[in-house]
Design a binder for this molecule. Sequence first.
Ligand SMILES: CC(C)(COP(=O)(O)OP(=O)(O)OC[C@H]1O[C@@H](n2cnc3c(N)ncnc32)[C@H](O)[C@@H]1OP(=O)(O)O)[C@@H](O)C(=O)NCCC(=O)NCCS
Length: 332
Amino acid sequence: MTKPIRAKISALGTYVPPRLLTNADLEKMVDTTNEWIMTRVGIRERHVVDKGVATSDLAVEAAKQALAQGGRAPTDIDAIIVGTVTPDMLFPSTACLVQHKLGAKGAWGFDLSAACSAFIYSLQVGAQFIAGGLHKRVLVIGADVMSSIIDYTDRATCVIFGDGAGAALLEPAEDDSVGLIDYIHEVDGSGGCYLYMPGGGSLHPSTRQTVDQKMHYVHQDGQQVFKFAVRKQTELCQKLLERNGLKGSDIDAFIPHQANLRIISATADRLGLRPESVIVNIERYGNTTAGTIPLAMGTALEEGKLKKGNLVMLASVGAGFTIGATLLRWAY
Ligand SMILES: CC(C)(COP(=O)(O)OP(=O)(O)OC[C@H]1O[C@@H](n2cnc3c(N)ncnc32)[C@H](O)[C@@H]1OP(=O)(O)O)[C@@H](O)C(=O)NCCC(=O)NCCS
């Protein structure tokens, strides 16, 4: 059997819309305080779109940046995978809209629904196309406009989420010194009732009644999500480290989904990570769902914490529940 071709992230692009929604703004909208949000979640501000701006617009900006950085043209792309829970519309897929807006003639693509794990799931799906040798360039995008499905009168959810996108260009690695090494994914559908958007699908198509009942918004049992996130994220990362003969302290950059600073800290402590290896930017962006991990990669690059050959672990937990952990060596 021929050895699979290893995929590497050869370029990254990120984008957040310019408009800020700060804790001070939220204090005027719901019964909350900057102090509560900072201590319980760790967010100071998030970015939100203006009316008329959709997920595909954010995705395209991030994709353009990744292509420019990688020195590739849109027509070089074989496939586009968009991880999102806030597609512009149910169909056509956001990937089709991105393909058209980018001018990626000849590419194919699809959306992947895995909530906050969508970027790392998409990364592994894209890597399989590279591994099989059929594709040379896959654009993997995590993008969400969470502000389109948030009830800004519900203080338990509206303080958490923001809008943003990131795009990674996947290409074949020149050798095994860089690129994606290993991953573990798991879903647990029994947790679906703790974080979900009930309206607008085939079970509850949108009607005046579903809108009156606020079924088109995110519903969440925060404590259940919190406990599951800490337990399962730690468990999968631990397994991944063990089966690769590694310890937490071997990781150069831990890039977790940015849902809550306390979830990140609890996971990092349990895994025995070096504090300086933990990448955090939740204070500036909030939880952008599929956008958080590529945005945090961008932050790690800005802060000089990602260098060629560095050992990186990505981790996420999202609605579903979906859980994932990925090990890679940074490629540039
Ligand atoms: C949502 C979350 C921040 C809430 O924090 P918590 O410590 O669990 O807080 P609780 O839900 O127990 O609420 C504690 C109190 O704060 C109140 N509260 C909730 N939101 C508040 C807000 N924005 N401002 C002020 N008070 C708030 C609650 O009403 C409750 O009041 P009570 O004690 O009078 O009933 C936390 O559970 C969390 O982050 N969960 C994970 C969510 C997540 O990551 N989702 C995305 C997954 S991908």
